[in-house]
Design a protein around this ligand. Structure first.
Ligand SMILES: NC(=O)C1=CN([C@@H]2O[C@H](COP(=O)(O)OP(=O)(O)OC[C@H]3O[C@@H](n4cnc5c(N)ncnc54)[C@H](OP(=O)(O)O)[C@@H]3O)[C@@H](O)[C@H]2O)C=CC1
Ligand SMILES: O=C(CO)[C@H](O)[C@H](O)COP(=O)(O)O
Length: 470
């Protein structure tokens, strides 16, 4: 067997699928996993008969690769990635390329990029989205690093990535050092918000309007035929059909209401705070996972903090129409928040980001894939975008959704359903379009207690007032 085109390190869920995807595109792939039994099982089952070179030792793995060597890491993000890079460094030569496809924190990627450059190695931090199936059939890929090194991986990446309806690959070079992982992080932040909005719509129908699971399932199926058509809406309609084999109940009804998380939504929210981008829908989605995790406390509080509320839904069809408009409007705002964060990040970290192109590579392969991304791309094609909410199509749609969205938020408040994304996003919208907020009083208070000064509306300058005499 000759040398392999690329090596995949990490035979977990994603690593196996990506390696198979590469083989299915005609590449010979060397595979390595810390526990060789996993590699062996993979090669004897899923990769049987394919162009694969299983390696037991790390040196054997790196020696099996064409030069410059391309090593694709698909391992647990964080310390494990550093550990693996340290081991690999010893087995690689100047000019070789390490690709990190994990969900790494972008600041770690920036650090690793610099450290490895000093070592004579190239580092390509690559956001990969699509889960196990996407990795196998075509993920959305967000690579960044040296353009010089990218040319050595571009063909493989283009081949294995998802293809949009127009045939374009859902992979594009994003920019320098950690920009690819940054874009993936924002993708995940939007993913959190999109998921949260959908879950709130489900909860409102289920617990705020008395819909049966069958009725809710049909609503999502119907929404997936319209402007909300997306992977997340589609899987929701599939999830709501699934029965539990043991109890015969709908599976969704027997799943505990405690959401997990691996940290990318939190990083996105922290970035919003760090660089001054208001992304409340994303942050609320992270907080809602924290609240969900406090199950025992919530159960206790539900017995103590009882509130008598009543909110009736008399016309279910009208309610669903309103809810669709509210979900769609909140979705526009949460994507606007994500792209606003990307705009601020480009300025903060000195990256030249092509926002239209980012929308393009999210059209297929990734978790937030949706036809809606075509509209975002079209908005960026029309010229300078200060905010997606101000572009003609989205502006009209946001304004058209107003009455429905506000009726839904009133229903949320009156029924006492926890729906922070739908409600706070409307508040965000109102804040963004507010000509004069209450920050004048904030400034007065800050100046009163801390002599922090303020600006005036009627003349230039910085002012301080002695608010009360001693
Ligand atoms: N699952 C998903 O939907 C997505 C995941 N990702 C990211 O991709 C990466 C891999 O995820 P996934 O495949 O789901 O995770 P898995 O847990 O399935 O796989 C993790 C891999 O890392 C290896 N590993 C763990 N610890 C060590 C160590 N100390 N030394 C060497 N190797 C180690 C594991 O080997 P072993 O099992 O033998 O210990 C395994 O091969 C993560 O960064 C994840 O965030 C990105 C997009 C989507
Ligand atoms: O990156 C992904 C999808 O794009 C992973 O599935 C990630 O694990 C999702 O995040 P979380 O586990 O925090 O919900």
């Amino acid at each position: 067997m000759g040398k392999s085109s690329i090596g995949v390190y990490g035979m977990g869920v994603m690593g196996q699928s990506l390696a198979l995807n590469m083989m299915n595109h005609g590449y010979q792939v060397s595979v390595f996993n810390i526990d060789y039994d996993v590699t062996e099982k993979f090669v004897q089952t899923k990769a049987l008969g394919k162009s694969v070179q299983p390696c037991k030792e790390l040196k054997e793995f790196t020696d099996s690769l064409e030069k410059p060597r391309r090593v694709f890491l698909m391992v647990t993000a964080g310390k494990v990635t550093d550990l693996v890079i340290d081991q690999l460094k010893e087995c690689l030569e100047e000019g070789d390329i390490i690709i990190d496809g994990g969900n790494s924190y972008f600041k770690d990627t920036i650090r690793r990029f610099k450290e490895l450059r000093e070592y004579g190695l190239h580092f390509i931090g690559t956001g990969v989205s699509g889960g196990e199936k996407g990795a196998l059939e075509g993920p959305s890929m967000m690579p960044s690093g040296d353009p010089e090194a990218y040319q050595y991986v571009e063909q493989i990446f283009t081949d294995i990535s998802a293809k949009a309806k127009d045939g374009a690959p859902c992979c594009a070079y994003i920019g320098g050092d950690g920009s690819g992982h940054y874009v993936k992080m924002v993708h995940n932040g939007i993913e959190y918000a999109d998921i949260q909005i959908i879950c709130e719509a489900y909860d409102l129908m289920r617990n705020g309007a008395g819909f049966s699971i069958e009725e809710i399932q049909q609503v999502f199926e119907q929404w997936n035929q319209g402007r909300l058509k997306s992977y997340l809406i589609e899987i929701t309609s599939k999830i709501l059909k699934k029965k539990d084999e043991e109890t015969g109940k709908y599976l969704v009804d027997v799943i505990q209401d405690k959401a997990g998380q691996k940290g990318t939504g939190k990083w996105t929210s922290m970035e919003g705070l760090d660089i001054g981008a208001a992304i409340p829908t994303i942050a609320e989605s992270v907080f809602s996972r924290y609240i969900s995790a406090q199950k025992e406390e919530r159960v206790r509080a539900s017995l103590e903090l009882t509130v008598n509320l009543s909110a009736e839904v008399t016309d279910k069809e009208e309610f669903v129409r309103d809810l669709e408009a509210a979900v769609y409007a909140a979705k526009i705002c949460c994507y606007a928040q994500g792209f606003e964060l990307l705009k601020k990040a480009a300025a903060e970290y000195g990256w030249v980001l092509d926002f239209g192109q980012i929308a393009m590579i999210w059209r297929e392969g990734c978790i937030i894939r949706a036809d809606f991304l075509e509209d975002i791309k079209a908005a960026y094609d029309q010229g300078e975008v200060s905010n997606l909410m101000l572009t003609s199509k989205f502006k009209k749609e946001l304004l058209d959704a107003q009455k429905s969205w506000r009726r839904i938020v009133c229903h949320i408040v009156n029924s006492g359903i926890y729906a922070p994304a739908l409600t706070s996003t409307l508040n965000y919208f109102d804040g963004y379009r507010c000509e004069r907020t209450s920050a004048n009083l904030t400034q007065a208070q800050r100046d009163f207690f801390g002599a922090h000064t303020y600006e005036r509306t009627d003349r230039e300058g910085i002012f301080h007032t002695i608010w009360e005499e001693e």
